[in-house]
Design a protein around this ligand. Structure first.
Ligand SMILES: C[S@@+](CC[C@H](N)C(=O)[O-])C[C@H]1O[C@@H](n2cnc3c(N)ncnc32)[C@H](O)[C@@H]1O
Length: 372
């Protein structure tokens, strides 16, 4: 986990962009929520820029790293570190700025739209600001040894043949890949502009027309972002940029390599439901006479339970765990103590738990997660 965050903290281009955006957006005395704070680095930059208070939120153990780092930097009294999922927490006050780096590899694929929509609704003061503000998605056709490997690894000779069927899953997976300029076979096309300050649809479909700039072999599409952190300050992971941040691009494979000739057209559509990390891509190559259709829906074999839940007409019923949670939360009325809740569950729902010790553990777990 620390290794991932070292990559973020050691990325000079990224920090430079955030520092510049913060300088333009955080007047001294501002209050800030740092969503998915990880090491706490973005909150730290805000405090160094004069923020009066930072609420730093992370759902992993990284919250302890953030707490310790901000304290060692002398900001213990101006920072509040909260462990949990931002969408399930309350803040004691509304703030002037919500900041995050939730732009993933392809801009919208790490949940930034939902995260900031929730923060705008529940955490920001009227007129409060966001960093980032806007994301431009770019798409290009790509071909490289790295791309082939990502798709073909499961079919390689060294892999026992019983596993070769998993190539079908790799070809329906979004892969992080570090591309060079030479791997990009078309000019990038702007795919979409997402304004994070406004409401966005839950389901998006973007199309782009691409054209091969040279003869080459295409292995799929690659997407990346140009993210506007504040007016005039951008950061990008484009492999074509002079000073990109250190972050892979999103590679969307096609089932077979296609030889392109200079000028060949590629019609691409990317369809996504960002909240579910669901992504589909269709590629049509008129000159080569090929069509491909892929989706992360096929990227992993589904469990029988997932298949059942995928049926929209199905009427859901709570299982034992769900009924137990409902019982515990039903008694959580802001008046009963944990012991009283245990007693009530034991009295009213004796069939849900084998013994008292399990009730105690379960109540502690549910209250620890869902109650303040
Ligand atoms: C891409 S890292 C960014 C970390 C840090 N903000 C930075 O810029 O270096 C995302 C972090 O957000 C956390 N995270 C993701 N979604 C979250 C959520 N809804 N609430 C709290 N933490 C979240 C993850 O645990 C991870 O530490």
């Amino acid at each position: 986990m620390l290794k991932e965050h070292l990559d973020y903290v050691a990325d000079a281009a990224r920090l430079e962009s955030f520092r510049a955006a913060i300088a333009r957006t955080v007047p001294p005395g501002s209050t800030v929520v740092d969503l998915g704070c990880g090491s706490g680095v973005l909150g730290l930059l805000c405090l160094q820029a004069g923020a009066a208070r930072v609420y730093a939120i992370d759902e992993t153990d990284m919250i302890e790293v953030a707490r310790e780092t901000l304290a060692r930097a002398g900001f213990a009294d101006r920072s509040t570190c909260i462990r949990g999922r931002s969408t399930q927490l309350e803040l004691p006050e509304r703030v002037d700025l919500a900041i995050c780096d939730h732009v993933g590899y392809f801009g919208f694929d790490y949940g930034v739209i939902g995260l900031l929509a929730d923060a705008r609704r529940r955490f920001l003061k009227p007129g409060g600001r966001l960093i980032p503000q806007q994301i431009r998605l770019e798409l290009a056709a790509v071909g490289s040894e790295k791309c082939t490997e990502l798709v073909d690894n499961w079919g390689a000779e060294r892999v026992p043949p019983e596993f070769h069927w998993l190539r079908e899953c790799s070809v329906n997976t979004k892969h992080p890949v570090e591309l060079g300029k030479d791997d990009v076979l078309t000019s990038p096309a702007p795919l979409a502009e997402i304004d994070l300050r406004a409401d966005n649809p839950e389901f998006v479909s973007f199309s782009a027309g691409l054209q091969a700039t040279r003869d080459a072999v295409m292995h799929g599409l690659a997407g990346w972002f140009d993210c506007q952190l504040s007016d005039g300050v951008h950061m990008t992971n484009s492999p074509l940029a002079d000073r990109p941040i250190h972050r892979p691009q999103a590679f969307l494979p096609i089932a077979e390599a296609v030889t392109l000739h200079k000028g060949d057209r590629i019609h691409a559509t990317v369809i996504a439901r960002p909240a579910d990390a669901l992504l589909a891509w269709n590629v049509r190559l008129p000159e080569a006479g090929k069509r491909f259709s892929h989706s992360t829906w096929h990227g992993l074999p589904m469990t029988p339970e997932q298949l059942v839940h995928a049926n929209p007409d199905r009427v859901a019923k709570l299982g034992r765990e769900g009924r137990a949670r409902l019982a515990v939360l039903g008694y959580c009325d802001g008046k009963r103590s944990a012991r009283e809740i245990e007693e009530a569950v034991l009295r009213e729902h004796p069939q849900l738990f084998p013994d008292r010790a399990e009730i105690s553990r379960f109540v502690a777990r549910v209250l620890g997660r869902d109650a303040a």
